[in-house]
Design a protein around this ligand. Structure first.
Ligand code: S3P
Length: 190
Protein backbone atom coordinates (compact mmCIF):
# COMPACT_ATOMS: atom_id res chain seq x y z
CA UNK A 1 0.00 0.00 0.00
CA UNK A 2 1.42 3.41 -0.92
CA UNK A 3 1.35 6.61 1.14
CA UNK A 4 -2.00 7.97 2.26
CA UNK A 5 -4.04 9.47 -0.53
CA UNK A 6 -5.57 12.88 -0.79
CA UNK A 7 -9.33 12.52 -0.82
CA UNK A 8 -10.38 15.98 -1.93
CA UNK A 9 -13.21 14.91 -4.24
CA UNK A 10 -15.81 12.18 -4.60
CA UNK A 11 -15.92 10.45 -7.99
CA UNK A 12 -18.85 8.28 -9.03
CA UNK A 13 -18.22 5.70 -11.71
CA UNK A 14 -20.31 2.89 -13.17
CA UNK A 15 -22.37 1.88 -16.16
CA UNK A 16 -24.87 4.06 -18.00
CA UNK A 17 -28.17 4.35 -16.15
CA UNK A 18 -27.00 3.37 -12.66
CA UNK A 19 -27.90 6.80 -11.26
CA UNK A 20 -24.50 8.53 -11.01
CA UNK A 21 -25.90 11.99 -11.75
CA UNK A 22 -28.92 11.75 -9.43
CA UNK A 23 -26.80 10.31 -6.61
CA UNK A 24 -24.00 12.80 -7.28
CA UNK A 25 -26.27 15.85 -7.19
CA UNK A 26 -27.78 14.87 -3.85
CA UNK A 27 -24.41 13.85 -2.36
CA UNK A 28 -22.97 17.22 -3.39
CA UNK A 29 -25.82 19.03 -1.63
CA UNK A 30 -25.13 17.11 1.58
CA UNK A 31 -21.38 17.71 1.41
CA UNK A 32 -21.76 21.32 0.21
CA UNK A 33 -19.46 20.43 -2.68
CA UNK A 34 -19.85 21.53 -6.29
CA UNK A 35 -21.43 18.95 -8.58
CA UNK A 36 -19.80 18.21 -11.93
CA UNK A 37 -21.07 15.83 -14.61
CA UNK A 38 -18.31 14.93 -17.07
CA UNK A 39 -20.72 14.54 -20.00
CA UNK A 40 -22.19 18.01 -19.37
CA UNK A 41 -18.73 19.54 -19.13
CA UNK A 42 -17.55 17.85 -22.33
CA UNK A 43 -20.69 19.05 -24.15
CA UNK A 44 -20.03 22.60 -22.95
CA UNK A 45 -16.37 22.51 -23.94
CA UNK A 46 -17.09 20.99 -27.36
CA UNK A 47 -20.15 23.17 -27.96
CA UNK A 48 -22.17 20.15 -29.09
CA UNK A 49 -24.07 17.18 -27.69
CA UNK A 50 -22.48 13.81 -26.88
CA UNK A 51 -24.49 12.33 -29.77
CA UNK A 52 -22.99 14.87 -32.16
CA UNK A 53 -19.48 14.30 -30.79
CA UNK A 54 -19.85 10.56 -31.46
CA UNK A 55 -21.26 11.25 -34.94
CA UNK A 56 -18.65 13.83 -35.97
CA UNK A 57 -15.50 12.86 -34.00
CA UNK A 58 -16.21 9.18 -33.43
CA UNK A 59 -15.86 7.36 -30.11
CA UNK A 60 -12.04 7.85 -30.11
CA UNK A 61 -12.58 11.62 -30.29
CA UNK A 62 -14.96 11.47 -27.34
CA UNK A 63 -12.56 9.29 -25.31
CA UNK A 64 -9.78 11.81 -25.91
CA UNK A 65 -12.03 14.60 -24.56
CA UNK A 66 -12.66 12.46 -21.48
CA UNK A 67 -8.93 11.85 -21.05
CA UNK A 68 -8.20 15.59 -21.17
CA UNK A 69 -10.92 16.28 -18.63
CA UNK A 70 -9.49 13.65 -16.27
CA UNK A 71 -6.12 15.41 -16.46
CA UNK A 72 -7.77 18.71 -15.49
CA UNK A 73 -9.42 17.10 -12.45
CA UNK A 74 -6.05 16.95 -10.66
CA UNK A 75 -6.54 20.59 -9.64
CA UNK A 76 -10.12 20.15 -8.41
CA UNK A 77 -11.17 20.31 -4.76
CA UNK A 78 -14.50 19.71 -3.02
CA UNK A 79 -16.32 18.40 -6.03
CA UNK A 80 -18.61 15.47 -6.60
CA UNK A 81 -17.80 14.16 -10.05
CA UNK A 82 -20.35 12.00 -11.91
CA UNK A 83 -18.51 10.34 -14.77
CA UNK A 84 -19.80 9.05 -18.10
CA UNK A 85 -20.07 5.26 -18.06
CA UNK A 86 -17.01 4.66 -20.24
CA UNK A 87 -14.67 7.15 -18.58
CA UNK A 88 -13.50 4.89 -15.76
CA UNK A 89 -13.48 1.85 -18.03
CA UNK A 90 -10.09 3.22 -19.07
CA UNK A 91 -7.79 2.03 -16.25
CA UNK A 92 -5.51 5.07 -16.65
CA UNK A 93 -8.47 7.41 -16.02
CA UNK A 94 -9.49 5.42 -12.96
CA UNK A 95 -5.99 5.46 -11.49
CA UNK A 96 -5.66 9.20 -12.16
CA UNK A 97 -8.91 9.92 -10.30
CA UNK A 98 -7.70 7.89 -7.33
CA UNK A 99 -4.96 10.47 -6.84
CA UNK A 100 -7.46 13.09 -5.63
CA UNK A 101 -10.82 11.38 -5.13
CA UNK A 102 -12.51 8.50 -3.40
CA UNK A 103 -13.77 6.47 -6.35
CA UNK A 104 -17.15 4.88 -5.75
CA UNK A 105 -18.69 2.54 -8.30
CA UNK A 106 -22.48 2.33 -8.43
CA UNK A 107 -23.49 -1.16 -9.47
CA UNK A 108 -26.59 -2.60 -11.13
CA UNK A 109 -27.37 -5.73 -13.13
CA UNK A 110 -27.67 -5.59 -16.94
CA UNK A 111 -31.42 -6.20 -16.57
CA UNK A 112 -31.91 -3.30 -14.16
CA UNK A 113 -29.82 -1.05 -16.41
CA UNK A 114 -31.84 -1.99 -19.48
CA UNK A 115 -35.09 -1.31 -17.63
CA UNK A 116 -33.81 2.16 -16.72
CA UNK A 117 -32.33 3.20 -20.08
CA UNK A 118 -34.78 1.65 -22.57
CA UNK A 119 -36.95 4.76 -22.69
CA UNK A 120 -34.00 7.16 -23.09
CA UNK A 121 -32.59 7.91 -26.53
CA UNK A 122 -29.52 10.07 -25.89
CA UNK A 123 -26.84 7.36 -25.58
CA UNK A 124 -25.17 6.64 -28.94
CA UNK A 125 -23.64 3.35 -27.75
CA UNK A 126 -27.13 1.92 -27.25
CA UNK A 127 -28.53 2.88 -30.64
CA UNK A 128 -27.91 -0.54 -32.26
CA UNK A 129 -30.54 -3.21 -32.95
CA UNK A 130 -30.10 -5.05 -29.63
CA UNK A 131 -29.33 -2.61 -26.80
CA UNK A 132 -29.89 -5.26 -24.13
CA UNK A 133 -27.19 -7.52 -25.60
CA UNK A 134 -24.91 -4.50 -25.97
CA UNK A 135 -25.39 -3.63 -22.29
CA UNK A 136 -24.58 -7.19 -21.25
CA UNK A 137 -21.44 -7.33 -23.40
CA UNK A 138 -20.14 -3.89 -22.38
CA UNK A 139 -20.85 -4.51 -18.70
CA UNK A 140 -18.96 -7.79 -18.81
CA UNK A 141 -16.05 -6.14 -20.59
CA UNK A 142 -15.89 -3.21 -18.16
CA UNK A 143 -16.62 -5.04 -14.90
CA UNK A 144 -12.97 -5.89 -14.11
CA UNK A 145 -12.02 -2.20 -14.29
CA UNK A 146 -15.11 -0.90 -12.48
CA UNK A 147 -14.25 -3.32 -9.68
CA UNK A 148 -10.95 -1.50 -9.13
CA UNK A 149 -12.99 1.31 -7.52
CA UNK A 150 -12.36 1.98 -3.84
CA UNK A 151 -15.94 1.10 -2.98
CA UNK A 152 -18.74 -0.74 -4.79
CA UNK A 153 -22.30 0.25 -3.91
CA UNK A 154 -25.14 -1.93 -5.10
CA UNK A 155 -28.09 0.16 -6.26
CA UNK A 156 -30.55 -2.77 -6.41
CA UNK A 157 -33.62 -2.26 -4.20
CA UNK A 158 -32.25 1.07 -2.98
CA UNK A 159 -33.72 4.50 -3.57
CA UNK A 160 -31.45 7.38 -4.61
CA UNK A 161 -31.39 8.82 -1.03
CA UNK A 162 -30.48 5.37 0.33
CA UNK A 163 -27.62 5.03 -2.14
CA UNK A 164 -26.48 8.55 -1.21
CA UNK A 165 -26.40 7.60 2.49
CA UNK A 166 -24.15 4.63 1.68
CA UNK A 167 -21.87 6.74 -0.48
CA UNK A 168 -21.59 9.53 2.11
CA UNK A 169 -20.85 7.05 4.86
CA UNK A 170 -17.99 5.61 2.80
CA UNK A 171 -16.70 9.04 1.86
CA UNK A 172 -16.73 10.37 5.41
CA UNK A 173 -14.97 7.31 6.82
CA UNK A 174 -12.35 7.41 4.07
CA UNK A 175 -11.63 11.06 4.82
CA UNK A 176 -11.09 10.20 8.48
CA UNK A 177 -9.05 7.10 7.71
CA UNK A 178 -7.55 7.48 4.21
CA UNK A 179 -7.80 4.45 1.95
CA UNK A 180 -4.74 2.79 0.43
CA UNK A 181 -2.89 3.91 -2.66
CA UNK A 182 -2.89 2.90 -6.27
CA UNK A 183 -2.36 -0.83 -5.89
CA UNK A 184 -5.27 -2.90 -7.18
CA UNK A 185 -7.19 -4.24 -4.22
CA UNK A 186 -10.55 -5.77 -3.52
CA UNK A 187 -13.00 -2.88 -3.10
CA UNK A 188 -15.30 -2.79 -0.12
CA UNK A 189 -18.85 -3.84 -1.11
CA UNK A 190 -21.91 -2.13 0.29
C1 S3P B 1 -21.06 6.23 -22.21
C2 S3P B 1 -21.88 6.69 -21.20
C3 S3P B 1 -22.58 7.97 -21.27
C4 S3P B 1 -21.80 8.95 -22.17
C5 S3P B 1 -21.56 8.35 -23.51
C6 S3P B 1 -20.76 7.04 -23.42
C7 S3P B 1 -20.40 4.91 -22.07
O1 S3P B 1 -22.70 8.54 -19.97
O2 S3P B 1 -20.59 9.31 -21.57
O3 S3P B 1 -22.80 8.13 -24.12
O4 S3P B 1 -19.44 4.64 -22.79
O5 S3P B 1 -20.84 4.12 -21.18
P1 S3P B 1 -23.74 8.00 -18.85
O6 S3P B 1 -23.08 6.90 -18.10
O7 S3P B 1 -23.96 9.20 -17.98
O8 S3P B 1 -24.97 7.57 -19.56
Amino acid sequence: MSADRNIDNLALIGFMGVGKSAVGRLAAMHLRFDFVDTDDLIEKRAGKSIARIFAEDGEPGFREMERQLVADMAGWRQRVIATGGGLAANPANLQAMKQHALVVCLWATAEAIFARVRSQAHRPLLHGPDPQAKIRALLEERAPVYKQADVLVNTAYRSVPEVVQQVLHQFNSARQRPVGGDKPHAPARH
